[in-house]
Design a protein around this ligand. Structure first.
Ligand code: NAD
Length: 360
C-alpha cells in the first residue's frame, strides 16, 4: 500500500435528493408531496410533449399544466413566459422532464421566483445536479451559479432514456465524461469528487458501447445514467477549464449542437493538457481501461458514426480566430498555460477531425 498524502481541501455537499432506478418516475408524486410542493408546472421540449403530457396527467391536480416549449440555451423571453405561467397557475414548483434545455428553463424560473425544481432527466448532460444556470439574450449567453436553481429532487428513471437517439446518447454521455475529466484536474477537486469522476467515467465508458449496440438495453442505460449522475456532481462541485470554455464559446458564437461539440473537442483538449497532469492521465487510463486515454475517448466518440469534426457540425475555417479570441477573453484555471497559438491549434485540429497528438 502506498501513502497518498491527501492535501487540504474544502468540500461543500449540495442539499438535494436523488431517487434512482428503472420505473422511479412512478415515485414523482411522492417526491412532490415529501417536498411539500402543492402545485407544479411541468416543463419539457416540444419534441417530448407526449412524455410531458403523461407526467402531467400522472400528477393529477398537483399539476397546473404543461409548458412544452423548452429550447437550447434558454431565451430570456421564454423564461419570462414560463414565470407568468407559474404565477398565473399558482404553482410553487416546476417539474422539468427532459435534458438540459427543459431543466435550464425550470432554472430560469427559479432564478426569478421562489419555486422548487424536481427534475426527471432524460439525457446524460448533468444539468440536474448543478446550481449553474444559463440564459440567452440578444444572441449572448450568460451563465452563473445560484443555489436557488439547484433541483431539490432528481428522479433518475433509466426507462426514460430508452428513446434517446443512439447518436445523442453517445455524445451526451461524452458531454458527461467531459465534466468528470475537467473535474479531475480542477483547482478545487477534492478526493470525494475525484472518486466520483473516475467511477462516472468508468460507468459511462463501459455502458455506452452497449447502448450504441442496443438502445433498448435497460441495464446499459441504467449504468450510463448512473455514470451521468456522478459526472453531473463533478460539474457542480468544481471549476471547469479550457474544454468547457471552448465548447461554451463554440455554442454561443456559432450555435453548434451542445453534445456533439463536447464529444468532438474533448480528446483534443485532453491531448493538450495531458503532459501537465500525469496523475490524471493515470486515473483516466484505469477508468477507460486503456493505456492511451486520449485515443480511447476519441474511439468512443466515433462509435455511432456521427460527426467527427467541427467542420461537419457547420463551423467554417474563418470562424476559428473568432472562437479562439472568445475562449481567451477571460482568464480561468487550466493545468497548462492557455496561449492563443495553443487554442488555435486545438480548434484547427478539431475542425479538421485530425488525430489528436499527445506531446511526450
Ligand atoms: P436537450 O435538452 O437540448 O435535448 C436535445 C433534444 O433531445 C431535444 O429535442 C429533446 O427533446 C430531445 N430528448 C431529450 N431526451 C430525450 C429522450 N430520452 N428521448 C427522446 N428525445 C429526447 O439536450 P442536452 O444536451 O441535455 O442539454 C443541452 C442544454 O443544456 C444546453 O443549453 C446546455 O448549455 C445546457 N446544460 C446546462 C448544464 C448546467 O449545469 N447548467 C449542464 C449541461 C448542459
Amino acid at each position: 500500500m502506498t501513502t497518498v498524502g491527501i492535501r487540504q481541501f474544502t468540500y461543500q455537499a449540495l442539499p438535494m435528493r436523488v431517487v434512482f432506478g428503472p420505473g422511479s418516475r412512478k415515485h414523482l408524486s411522492d417526491e412532490i408531496a415529501t417536498l411539500g410542493l402543492g402545485r407544479v408546472l411541468v416543463i419539457c421540449s416540444p419534441e417530448q410533449r407526449d412524455l410531458g403530457e403523461s407526467v402531467s396527467a400522472d400528477l393529477g391536480d398537483a399539476s397546473i399544466g404543461l409548458l412544452a416549449r423548452a429550447q437550447m440555451h434558454v431565451p430570456v423571453e421564454l423564461a419570462e413566459h414560463a414565470v407568468t405561467r407559474v404565477a398565473d397557475g399558482g404553482a410553487v414548483g416546476c417539474v422539468a422532464v427532459g435534458g438540459g434545455s427543459a431543466i435550464g428553463l425550470a432554472k430560469a424560473v427559479a432564478r426569478r421566483r421562489d419555486v422548487s425544481i424536481v427534475a426527471l432527466p432524460t439525457t446524460y448532460a448533468g444539468s440536474e445536479m448543478t446550481p449553474v444556470w444559463g440564459e440567452t439574450a440578444d444572441c449572448v449567453k450568460t451563465t452563473g451559479r445560484d443555489v436557488r436553481v439547484l433541483p431539490r429532487s432528481v428522479v433518475y428513471d433509466p426507462e426514460l432514456t430508452l428513446t434517446l437517439p443512439i447518436s445523442l446518447s453517445l455524445t451526451s454521455g461524452l458531454n458527461a465524461i467531459a465534466h468528470a475529466v475537467e473535474a479531475l484536474y480542477a483547482p478545487d477537486v477534492t478526493p470525494v469528487i475525484a472518486l466520483q469522476a473516475a467511477e462516472g467515467i468508468r460507468a459511462l465508458a463501459t455502458s455506452l458501447p452497449d447502448v450504441v449496440a442496443d438502445g433498448q438495453d435497460l441495464l446499459a442505460r441504467s449504468d450510463a445514467q448512473y455514470g451521468a449522475w456522478l459526472c453531473g456532481t463533478c460539474l457542480a462541485a468544481t471549476t471547469m477549464s479550457l474544454h468547457h470554455k471552448l465548447c461554451h464559446s463554440l455554442g454561443g458564437a456559432l450555435d453548434l449542437p451542445h453534445a456533439d461539440t463536447h464529444s468532438i473537442v474533448l480528446p483534443y483538449v485532453l491531448a493538450f493538457n495531458a503532459p501537465a497532469v500525469p496523475g490524471v492521465v493515470e486515473t483516466l487510463a484505469s477508468a477507460l481501461d486503456s493505456p492511451q486515454p486520449v485515443l480511447a475517448l476519441r474511439d468512443l466518440s466515433r462509435l455511432a458514426n456521427g460527426p467527427t469534426s467541427l467542420r461537419e457540425l457547420g463551423m467554417r475555417a474563418e470562424d476559428i480566430p473568432r472562437v479562439r479570441d472568445l475562449a481567451l477573453r477571460s482568464s480561468y484555471a487550466n493545468p497548462r498555460q492557455v496561449t492563443p497559438d495553443a487554442v488555435e491549434s486545438i480548434l484547427r485540429a478539431a475542425w479538421a477531425g485530425e488525430p489528436p497528438v499527445v506531446e511526450t
